[in-house]
Design a protein around this ligand. Structure first.
Ligand SMILES: NC(=O)c1ccc[n+]([C@@H]2O[C@H](COP(=O)([O-])OP(=O)(O)OC[C@H]3O[C@@H](n4cnc5c(N)ncnc54)[C@H](OP(=O)(O)O)[C@@H]3O)[C@@H](O)[C@H]2O)c1
Length: 338
């Protein structure tokens, strides 16, 4: 089968013929119709991800059709359109993943390929309202956004939410989920065009984080006061900008972050955090239980992921470069077969 392989750090991925997987006990083989990129794929390519193990077929997200079932797997999966939970072996503790947790696309081969072998327990039926390209966009980003917003930050209807860097794959799911839950959602972005697109998706407004005074401008736009405005803030940028999230959080607010795109958090003034009685949470991916809940929510609310650009599998390297520039609004997808 054809697969997009990363052979060494900092090199372009190459399309190669590798053996097609077979279904072992408890496993299925999925013929992939589409796959989606996550920033993780770029970090791995740059060698900036823990537990590097190469060569590997990149890709955590995929949607396709089950073409083979292994011993012990319900034969009813055969021919079914499915999506795959990218997070495996979470373990029994819902609070934290166990030592065997892993994500598709390193160490195991991922979804940038014509076929993938996975354990049947990680399949979910493809939501009927989604195309294969849309469905492929859901698993990793949807799950990460879901856990951060619900399990960790415990968003309630009517609360005021800030989502930073709206153009990102996870950030857009957070925006769509929060709007569907009845929250008042504001966003930041480095692009005014992306802010306008987010408003069209239901955000109340937003500011450009490239403006040095963005936090003040945001509070002014919301009509908040000097003690802040947001009950919940969901961030994946980290870096120096994180300190401003503390300024715009309301007293007793919750800040949840799951990424550090702009580097280490700096300049946080401790007394601002404790005088405001803020709650700061870290979050990563989500459990199988949360994956099932998230997919159900997507179906119930007929949520359609925002797709940025669709590339053929043969252009996987170009797709990665697009993500690296940060030009995207939504998920970058690879079309693998029709
Ligand atoms: N812990 C986990 O389980 C987990 C899971 C998924 C992702 N992540 C991490 O979360 C981050 C986002 O992932 P993704 O796949 O959604 O990536 P992505 O699609 O590449 O999005 C990255 C986004 O970061 C935003 N950004 C860049 N500079 C920023 C700044 N100074 N302030 C605020 N936002 C800024 C940009 O928003 P604009 O384009 O709007 O400017 C950009 O679109 C990555 O660091 C990734 O590794 C972690």
């Amino acid at each position: 089968m054809q697969a997009a392989l990363l052979e060494t750090v900092d090199s372009p991925i190459v399309i190669q013929d590798i053996p097609t997987p077979r279904a072992g006990a408890g496993q299925v083989v999925v013929q992939l119709k589409a796959a989606a990129l996550n920033h993780r794929d770029v970090w791995i390519q740059k060698g900036r991800y823990p537990g590097m193990k190469l060569p590997v077929v990149l890709g955590s997200d995929g949607a396709g059709v089950v073409v083979e079932v292994g011993e012990g797997v319900d034969a009813q999966w055969l021919g079914k359109a499915v999506i795959i939970n990218a997070g495996h072996n979470w373990g029994a503790d819902e609070r934290f993943y166990g030592p065997d947790f892993k994500i598709l696309g390193m160490p195991d081969n991922g979804t940038f390929a014509e076929f993938i072998g996975v354990e049947a327990q990680y399949l979910a039926a493809k939501p009927a309202h989604l195309s294969f390209e849309e469905a492929a966009a859901v698993p990793l980003a949807g799950l990460t956004g879901w856990r951060a917003l619900t399990t960790r930050a415990a968003l309630q209807p009517g609360e005021r939410v800030l989502v930073t860097g709206t153009g990102g794959g996870v950030a857009l799911f957070v925006l769509q989920f929060a709007v569907a839950m009845g929250a008042e959602v504001w966003i930041t972005s480095g692009s005014d065009e992306k802010i306008a697109k987010a408003v069209a998706l239901g955000a109340k407004g937003g500011v450009n984080y490239k403006n040095a005074d963005w936090a003040k401008a945001l509070i002014a736009a919301t009509g908040g006061n000097r003690t802040g405005y947001f009950d919940v803030i969901i961030d994946s940028a980290g870096g120096a900008g994180f300190a401003k999230l503390i300024d715009v959080a309301t007293a007793g607010g919750r800040i949840c972050f799951f990424g550090g795109t702009t580097g280490n958090i700096t300049d946080v003034v401790p007394n601002k955090v404790f005088f405001k009685q803020l709650n700061i949470f870290g979050s990563t991916m989500g459990s199988q239980k949360e994956f099932v809940e998230m997919v159900q929510f997507v179906e119930t609310h007929q949520i359609k992921p925002v797709l940025d650009e669709i590339f053929p599998l043969s252009d996987a390297e170009a797709a990665l470069r697009r993500m690296d520039t940060g030009a995207q609004f939504g998920k970058i997808v690879l079309k693998i077969s029709t």
